[in-house]
Design a binder for this molecule. Structure first.
Ligand SMILES: Nc1ncnc2c1ncn2[C@@H]1O[C@H](COP(=O)(O)OP(=O)(O)OP(=O)(O)O)[C@@H](O)[C@H]1O
Length: 315
């Protein structure tokens, strides 16, 4: 049964999952677009793995409507399973086989798999193809999980924290692999705690908090990031402490952190702020403003601010 060409590879409406009294996923609505890398972000225990497990047919939902490549994963049809690739959070337990044998074994389950050697090279295990899987290091084992998950050349790939435990070189190899699939028009759902990884790879992200979708947007717009103001901050010297701030450009917001005695000015006119701030400091006998910083909030700061958001839908 083919997917409707206009349909999204993943479409979720009102998804909820309870484990007894624990409401792990609450009323999530989400569309993942064809060909995109979609990052699923959120703190520990937020409900990301539960969501991925439902989308991949590993767990049953409590309520809601879910379509993955046009099918309900709860029905788990065999030909549908061959079209998705899954790298679960927990590492696979491979029998007493070499790395090459493990990947070949999984490749044989798919109608049109990638070449085993190619996949091993892509995950950086080419040199280790004769090594017993049980003898691999933790990071190498993780690379083998990735190889097993993608060897079927899937249309849709679920990667649940694929780079946890990988060294920086291996992480970048994993990123290359995600990009390689994206270039082939494949769709990827990437769960990660690494915001730099999301920023490198994903076009859009959903932030799950307490089982709810707290934000869903292109990475560049997440949490209103595109509209965020520039922050101008400095530590007050004794000379500045008792002086009122100068007249700042209209709309500038002022905040003060008592612990560090730091003033932060949020503005859409950072040059205008500096042009009145610096003469003001000079006149006060403090020509250098200690710890002067001019910056836009990072993705991490935006993410941390999102934790208290209301539920949103993700069209
Ligand atoms: N099999 C289970 N039985 C009972 N509760 C569960 C089960 N699996 C998960 N939970 C609970 O459901 C909630 C969501 O867990 P889940 O593993 O989906 O979170 P997560 O966002 O993937 O977390 P992490 O980032 O730590 O992997 C947590 O409160 C967790 O304790």
């Amino acid at each position: 049964m083919p997917t409707a060409p206009t349909g999204h590879p993943v479409s979720v409406r009102g998804l909820s999952k309870d484990y007894g009294d624990v409401h792990a996923v609450r009323d999530i609505s989400l569309d993942i677009h064809r060909g995109e890398v979609f990052a699923l972000l959120g703190p520990n225990g937020a409900g990301k793995t539960t969501t991925v497990d439902i989308l991949t047919g590993v767990r049953q939902r409590t309520s809601g409507d879910v379509r993955v490549l046009g099918h309900d994963p709860a029905e788990d049809p065999r030909e549908w399973r061959a079209r998705i690739g899954v790298v679960p959070q927990t590492a696979g337990a491979y029998a007493d086989l070499t790395v090459r044998e493990v990947v070949s074994h999984f490749a044989a389950m798919y109608p049109a798999p990638l070449r085993t050697e190619q996949v091993l090279d892509m995950v950086g295990l080419g040199r280790h193809h004769r090594t017993q899987a049980l003898a691999l290091s933790g990071g190498q084992q993780r690379r083998l999980d990735v190889a097993v998950g993608v060897v079927g050349d899937p249309e849709l790939i679920f990667l649940d924290e694929p780079t946890t435990g990988l060294d920086p070189v291996a992480r970048r190899e994993a990123w290359e692999l995600v990009r390689w699939f994206a270039d082939r028009g494949r769709t990827t759902v990437l769960t990660t705690h690494y915001l730099d990884e999301a920023e490198e790879l994903a076009q859009r992200a959903g932030v799950v908090v307490g089982g709810r979708l707290a934000a869903c947007a292109p990475l560049s717009e997440l949490g209103g990031r595109d509209n965020t103001r520039t922050h101008v901050s400095f530590r007050r010297t004794a000379a500045l402490r008792d002086r009122a701030l100068p007249a700042l450009p209209p709309g500038t917001e002022t905040a003060h952190d008592d612990t560090s005695d730091t003033v932060t000015l949020r503005t859409s006119e950072p040059s205008g702020v500096l042009s009145v701030l610096l003469p003001w400091a000079r006149e006060a006998g403090s020509p250098e403003l200690p710890e002067l910083r001019v910056y836009r909030p990072t993705l991490e700061e935006i993410y941390l601010n999102l934790i208290d958001r209301e539920t949103v839908a993700c069209p």
